[in-house]
Each structure stands twice: as C-alpha cells, then as structure tokens.
Ligand binder design. Structure first.
Ligand code: GLN
Length: 254
C-alpha cells in the first residue's frame, strides 16, 4: 500500500515544529511497511482531485495566511473542500485551521475568507496565547501540544470541538474548547509538533487514509515508549508552567 501525503503551503506555513507532523506520519507508515509519497502543494500549484490520501496544513503568520487564503479562492479551494467531503483525512494547525473556518479577521487589513469546512470563525485578539496545552478529547484521550496564536476561534452550533482544554487557552481562552472536527478533517491549535507526542492522533489519520483504499481493520501497534515519555514531559511542563491555568481561567481574568 502507498499513501500520498499532501503538504499544503509547506514552504510558507510551517512554524513551531509543524514539519514534524509530516515526518511522524511518514515514519509511522514506514514502520508498518506502508510506502508514502510527500507532495508539497504551495501557492499557485494545482490540487488535483483524488491525488491526495491525507492533507497536512501547518501554521503561519498573518502574511502567509493572506497568500494562502487568496490561493484557495476558486477551483483549488473547491477541490480541497470536495476532498474533505469525500472523507480524505486532514490535519490543520493554527493558521491552517483558521483558514478552514468561515473567515479569519487579522489585526490589520481585510478579513480573510475561509473555506467554511469548519463551522467556526476567528478574530485576532489583543494578546497572544502561548504555552503548552493539555486537552481532553472524547475520541483521542489526553492530547498535549504547544500553542502560540492571537486568533480567537469560536465554534458555531454545528461544530464539534476536538476536545476540552484542561490546561492552556485553546480556541479562544474563554469557552474551553480546543480545535474542531468535521468528517475526517481535524483543526487544532496544538503545534509542537502535535503528532509525535500524540501517536493515537497520527494513527487515526493514517487509518482514515488507508480506508480510502478499502482497507479495514486496526493498525499494527508500534513501540511508542519514547512518544509516551515526550507526551508526559510536555504534560508536566504544562502543569508546572501554567499553574494559573490549572483551573481553567478565562482570558479576561488575567
Ligand atoms: N496568525 C495566526 C495567529 O496569530 C496564526 C498563528 C499560527 O499559525 N501559529 O493567530
């Protein structure tokens, strides 16, 4: 079996270790004898229907988001939306996540249109939300990552969050939601990179991609001892560094 991982805006939206998510996906496939091809799809480059088995879209500053938002107006955005509707798994982190909502309103300049995959919208806030985050997800258990964003994302009535913030800010520092899910697309503020420290999330994306090729069953377990150490270390760091957020504090209280 061979999977094509399409890395959206790899050269321009890839901050706070996000490239590590692609490396984790490739390695977890390799250890199971699944071949992978990583295809970078940047601004101005075509997105062909049916080519990708999995999408990754990392974070980026407002400047790069403007270019990506523009690039997705028209056919390319329609193809990406249709692929997500087809069930192609996608992981989008922070800036990528924001542009899959209805819109992202940065500090300056015009509002950026999103693809509307997630029933969510984002408005830049006055302060950045930075630090290690611990999230309780009903589907993936305890997740840990690193957040660095000024955008506050709010979910519409139809949106399903990835999880609930235990430590940190998450979507907006007020309603304790983190991330958003739609079909097999996952948006999150968890940089880090998120997948090496949360192998269950990586395996979920790989299984969804394999299912597109008619595969059913469970993935062969891997030795995740190192991943568990990294995960626990990050959770401990979050506990120590963000005591004031141990009991969730809305942003307004700080
Ligand atoms: N520019 C966006 C924000 O600050 C996204 C940043 C990011 O991708 N880390 O919220």
């Amino acid at each position: 079996m061979r999977l094509t991982i399409c890395w959206l805006y790899a050269r321009t939206m890839n901050i706070y270790g996000d490239r590590g998510n692609v490396l984790a996906l490739v390695e977890r496939c390799r250890r199971r004898g699944i071949e992978t091809e990583v295809v970078e799809i940047g601004v101005g480059e075509p997105l062909e229907p049916g080519r990708c088995d999995l999408f990754f879209w990392g974070g980026g500053q407002d400047r790069e988001q403007i270019a990506a938002a523009e690039d997705l107006q028209g056919t390319k955005g329609e193809v990406l939306r249709a692929e997500i509707e087809r069930g192609v798994p996608l992981l989008a982190v922070c800036g990528g996540y924001q542009l899959l909502g209805r819109f992202y309103r940065p500090h300056e300049g015009p509002e950026l249109p999103g693809l509307g995959v997630f029933d969510a919208w984002t408005v830049a806030g006055s302060r950045r939300m930075i630090g290690n985050v611990v999230v309780d997800s009903p589907d993936f258990g305890e997740l840990v990552g690193f957040e660095n964003h000024s955008g506050r994302t709010f979910l519409g009535p139809g949106a399903r969050p990835l999880g609930t913030v235990r430590i940190g800010y998450g979507n907006n520092g007020k309603d304790r939601t983190e991330g958003c899910r739609y079909r097999n697309a996952i948006g999150t503020y968890l940089h880090g990179p998120v997948l090496p420290k949360n192998p269950q999330l990586a395996d979920h994306l790989i299984a969804c991609a394999l299912a597109l090729h008619g595969w059913v069953g469970s993935l062969e377990p891997l030795d995740d001892a190192l991943a568990r150490v990294a995960h626990e270390e990050a959770v401990e760091r979050a506990r120590v560094e963000r005591p004031t957020l141990r009991r969730f504090w809305p942003l307004t209280r700080r």
